[in-house]
Design a protein around this ligand. Structure first.
Ligand code: BTN
Length: 253
């Protein structure tokens, strides 16, 4: 992977308000925006989540940022790479807030049964090669309960009463992500390490889950991750189904 510095020595572009930091980055690739430049917004007016989800981004209370990298990874490793980003984010938050953060497949950051953060990876693939990868991260930090989108959402503040400084969180996350990108570029076994680390933080390992696709859903037991990070679900007919990234979501039942 071409090493792109995204730690505290990276350039940071700060905006009062943007529709979506991912959209800003996507629009400015090839128009002067350097890889690794971090784009942060105080609020987003059209923050996006995975699929058709929105990401509620009220002013001042959350951290919303994106950057792009030019990774030398195979397209089939993108899912696993997104799991690795989730692990890096979860570990940084756990250390900073002194709490145990967990993960829901594929990229939801959970704290005590509530979603406090999410990761949106968007790639540009050309001739079978990952040309650019946009990494967008949203975290509910200091939101009061009335600043959260739904009952299942939480923030570090709404759950613990602890207010975190957004700039400190950002710089810690950037260091953590930079370390991860070094590991991915240098260590061939990053895929195995990622699967093990992700499973250790998994909120629903060996638990009953329901998988939702566009036109079908089924229940089973979450039993692990495939080589490329798909969710492995043991169905009621005893078959293990690999659930691909992108088209499905998972809920614990
Ligand atoms: C999800 O949980 O579905 C992913 C949420 C990702 C939200 C972040 S906030 C910064 C960046 N800009 C966006 O529009 N989305 C991501």
């Amino acid at each position: 992977m071409a090493i792109t510095r995204i730690d505290k020595e990276s350039a940071v572009l700060r905006f009062k308000s943007l529709p979506s930091t991912n959209d800003y980055v996507r629009h400015h690739i090839g128009r002067g925006l350097e890889p690794g430049t971090v784009v942060v917004a105080e609020q987003q007016t059209s923050g996006r989540g995975r699929g058709t989800n929105k990401w509620t981004s009220p002013p001042g209370v959350g951290l919303y940022f994106s950057f792009y990298i030019t990774p030398e990874i195979q397209p089939h490793h993108l899912g696993l790479f997104s799991l690795a980003v989730s692990v890096a984010v979860a570990n940084a938050i756990s250390t900073l807030a002194g709490v145990k953060v967990s993960l829901k497949w594929p990229n939801d950051i959970f704290f005590r049964d509530r979603k406090i953060g999410g990761i949106l990876l968007e790639s540009v693939i050309n001739s079978g090669k990952v040309e650019h990868l946009i990494v967008g991260i949203g975290l509910n930090l200091n939101n009061r309960p009335d600043q959260l989108p739904c009952e299942n959402a939480g923030s570090i503040f709404s759950i613990t009463g602890l207010r975190l400084n957004k700039n400190i969180v950002l710089s810690r996350l950037l260091v953590s992500l930079n370390n991860l990108f070094h590991i991915v570029s240098r260590q061939k076994n990053w895929t195995t390490t990622t699967r093990n680390n992700w499973l250790e933080l998994c909120h629903h390992n060996m638990k009953k889950v329901r998988i939702f696709g566009d036109d079908f859903e089924f229940e089973g037991r979450f039993v692990g991750l495939s080589d490329i990070g798909e969710a492995l679900v043991l169905r009621e007919d005893e078959q293990i189904q690999a659930v691909a990234f992108g088209r499905f979501s998972l809920r614990e039942v």
